[in-house]
Write a protein that binds this ligand. Structure first.
Ligand code: FHN
Length: 481
């Protein structure tokens, strides 16, 4: 009897009969704390922005279109039929998901979030809801997410899907954030285009408005989210973006589908303020401590000046900046989601690969100071950043030194008794001394690592002081879309 009941229960569940019972609270088997555990420990993930926009790669009809590459259709006001023609050149024959996932793993990343569908509406997967997908619209004709999911499983990397739930510039009825035409390129028709977009809620082509947004939600977004949550095994993260023209009713329809993956976590961009998700998402910037309110957060950031591939975007951040950003973020208790923008042939720009490799070298030696750590309990540190673990009644402080003291003495605020101090990368012991304003650690003359040398300091008991605002973020900058 008991077996029969369990069988019935699982049949009902797999048929989705329970999924819609309470739309605003999807069925959860784990508490939020349990669902967030792996993510809080992970600290570092890979963002992938990939789609048809990689074909024009920033240039439309010979014009270099301003701003971020994945927005070229909107910024350039490219008609639907012309944009869809780019898909015929989207043929990623060099796509090697195994190598992509290995690259992320070797960089020390623990999860990947890929644009299953960005604002151009193009699905990187085999969708039955539309023909505007990789299988139906490109010569490649194969689902790109299935082999990525397999590679993630193979390497023990969590997989997340980015999904543009509201903006969709190709599937009729999708929303379009209104952008002024002249900001894209010096289009002589800008005034007429702007008048049209003003009268048509941001759209620039009549083909975009042959259906209502409600139809788009029911016929495209809902079925596609179902597909993504059903056909690719365990999905760790769902990453919504730009809730343009979303209503709470539309959001409810999508939110309820999360029951299909009861352990999934989501970001805060489904629809504000009633769908806060599990974590906040500062973009292209690292918040100051004074801005943080105890909620989980993840900074997403580009390595150059675009998310989607642009052939002429060469303003690359240095490896030093990337590593120090990660340390800065971990020292404030956040995660770092660092982006790559693959090309239309399936290759990742070499500049990104090189940087991730170098980040991986640092992480291999010093990852212990990042994974599973908590925000610094110390006040602002002039020489670098600190992360913390509490273990067996003691506190481990990971001191990432950016500016190696010329006098060879590192002053750490606090008066706890010292258990041990060593260089994390080599295990070399360092001598310490209690002084009136803290603990002084005697350092070797030269910094062992020019990016950040980590000292592992274990002290007795807990640290009493409360954090105060730290120095300005390293490398943070404003959003650029
Ligand atoms: O408009 C998008 C943009 O293209 C990119 O995907 C970023 C990533 O966070 N999100 C939006 C802007 O906030």
């Amino acid at each position: 009897m008991k077996k029969l009941f369990i069988l019935l229960l699982s049949v009902c569940y797999s048929c989705g009969l329970f999924a819609q019972t309470n739309a605003s609270t999807p069925v959860r088997t784990l508490s939020k704390e349990e669902r967030m555990k792996w993510w809080r420990e992970a600290r570092f993930g890979l963002f992938i922005h990939w789609g048809v926009y990689a074909v024009p790669a920033g240039t439309y009809n010979g014009h270099q279109v301003n701003r971020i590459g994945e927005w070229i259709m909107n910024r350039g006001k490219i008609p639907v039929a012309e944009y869809q023609a780019f898909a015929k050149e989207f043929n990623p024959v060099k796509y090697d998901p195994d190598a992509w996932v290995k690259m992320a793993k070797d960089a020390g990343m623990k999860y990947i979030v890929i644009t299953a569908k960005h604002h151009d509406g193009f699905a990187l997967f085999d969708s039955k809801a539309t023909k505007w997908d990789v299988v139906d619209a490109t010569p490649y004709k194969k689902d790109l997410l299935k082999p990525l999911a397999a590679a993630c499983k193979k390497y023990g990397i969590k997989l997340g899907f980015y999904y543009s739930q509201a903006q969709d510039w190709n599937n009729p009825g999708g929303a379009a954030a209104r952008k002024v035409a002249s900001e894209g390129w010096a289009n002589p028709d800008s005034a007429a285009i702007d008048a049209y977009t003003a009268a048509h809620s941001g759209h620039w082509d009549p083909a975009q408005t042959t259906k209502s947004m409600s139809q788009y939600i029911d016929e495209v977004a809902v079925p596609q989210v179902k597909e993504l949550l059903t056909n690719y095994g365990p999905i760790a993260v769902f990453w919504w973006d730009t809730p343009t023209d979303m209503t709470d009713e539309f959001a409810e329809k999508l939110n309820s589908l999360l029951s299909l993956q009861p352990n999934i976590i989501t970001n805060d961009r489904l629809k504000r303020p009633n769908f806060p998700g599990d974590y906040k998402t500062p973009e292209q910037r690292i918040p100051n401590l004074s801005e943080l309110d105890g909620k989980d957060w993840e900074t997403c950031m580009t390595m150059n000046e675009t998310w989607g591939y642009k052939s002429y975007a060469h303003n690359w951040k240095s490896t030093e900046t990337l590593v120090r950003n990660l340390i800065d973020i971990a020292s404030k208790g956040g995660n770092y989601l660092l982006n790559v923008g693959p090309k239309a042939d399936g290759t990742i720009p070499q500049e990104s690969i090189d940087r991730l490799k170098e980040v991986g070298v640092w992480m291999k030696a010093n990852g212990e100071s990042i994974y599973g750590t908590k925000a610094s309990p110390l006040k602002a540190l002039a020489w670098g950043r600190c992360t913390m673990k509490e273990q067996n009644g003691n506190t481990i402080l990971y001191l990432s030194v950016f500016d190696w003291p010329k006098d060879g003495q590192l002053l750490v605020p606090g008066n706890n008794d010292v258990v041990s101090a060593k260089l994390l990368a080599t295990g070399k012991s360092l001598s310490t001394q209690k002084v009136s304003d803290g603990i002084q650690i005697k350092l070797p003359a030269d910094a062992p690592n020019p990016i950040a040398s980590v000292i592992k300091l274990e002290v007795k008991g807990k640290i009493g002081s409360t954090p105060t605002a730290v120095a300005d973020p390293v490398g943070g900058r404003a959003s650029v879309n």
